[in-house]
Design a protein around this ligand. Structure first.
Ligand SMILES: [Zn+2]
Length: 252
């Protein structure tokens, strides 16, 4: 379910902190746009009853999203964003540099929990035991990505069906998607959507995500009952969550 974002990682970059009580509230024509040196970014405010402080994210789309605690105000949140402008600019720069870098011979890519170097051999791209179609251009990224996507479609769907059968669950449809902020989701109609990047993480971790989504067919929430189902089907699920917390950022 899409609202369960706390489990599903976010690739957004994050800053958080208290607002300096002494921060000057500068006049701004709008609280919805943050002016920066190079450009201005739209701001979205989201109130969260369990938030304890302001949390600022730079989304993949290049907008700013600020979580407000219950007691927070938009103006104070805006002021917090202003204090973070240098951090935001640095993130934007880093992102740009990262996106521009092509994948070439030697670039390391995650596959099944390992960082493997892309290798070119006799006109073919090799990644671990995978042979990818002949080298198309200087940038190997499109060919490698499309190969991984195909691999994911085959392997993750097969695994989902296997686990579903093992636990007597019925899946209506399986989608392998290019989700930007989630590892997986499950709809009330029984559709399981999985992020193709699950092919890149260790099998124990992708197994956990698949089981997690499948168990939502029993419990459409994160209640204690739900976690009992997860734990009995996947006793090491906490290790998988720990791995994801540590490494999620590396997949984008
Ligand atoms: Zn969930």
């Amino acid at each position: 379910m899409s609202e369960f974002l706390w489990l599903h990682f976010s690739s957004d970059t994050l800053a958080s902190g208290p607002v300096q009580p002494s921060a000057q509230l500068q006049f701004s024509p709008s609280l919805d746009v943050l002016p920066l040196a190079s450009n201005s970014l739209p701001i979205q405010y989201v109130r969260h009853r369990r938030a304890r402080r302001y949390v600022l994210r730079l989304t993949r789309q290049g907008t700013i999203r600020i979580t407000l605690p219950r007691w927070g105000s938009k103006r104070e949140a805006f002021s917090f964003a202003q204090t973070q402008h240098r951090w935001i600019e640095k993130q934007l720069e880093r992102r740009e540099a990262n996106q521009a870098r092509p994948w070439t011979n030697g670039t390391e890519i995650w596959l099944r929990g390992e960082r493997l170097p892309i290798q070119i051999d006799d006109g073919f791209i090799l990644l671990g035991s995978e042979t990818i179609r002949p080298v198309p251009s200087d940038d190997l990224r499109p060919a490698v990505l499309s190969h991984l996507h195909q691999l994911a479609s085959k392997e993750l769907a097969a695994k989902t069906l296997e686990f579903a059968a093992m636990h007597g669950l019925k899946v209506a449809r399986i989608f392998i998607r290019d989700q930007k902020t989630r590892w997986g989701s499950c709809s009330r109609r029984g559709t399981i959507s999985l992020n193709w990047r699950l092919i890149q993480v260790p099998a124990s971790v992708s197994d956990y995500i698949i089981i997690h989504e499948l168990m939502h067919l029993r419990e459409m929430n994160h209640s204690r009952r739900f976690w009992k189902h997860v734990e009995s089907a996947c006793p090491q699920y906490r290790d998988a969550e720990r791995w994801l917390r540590k490494h999620s950022k590396e997949f984008y």
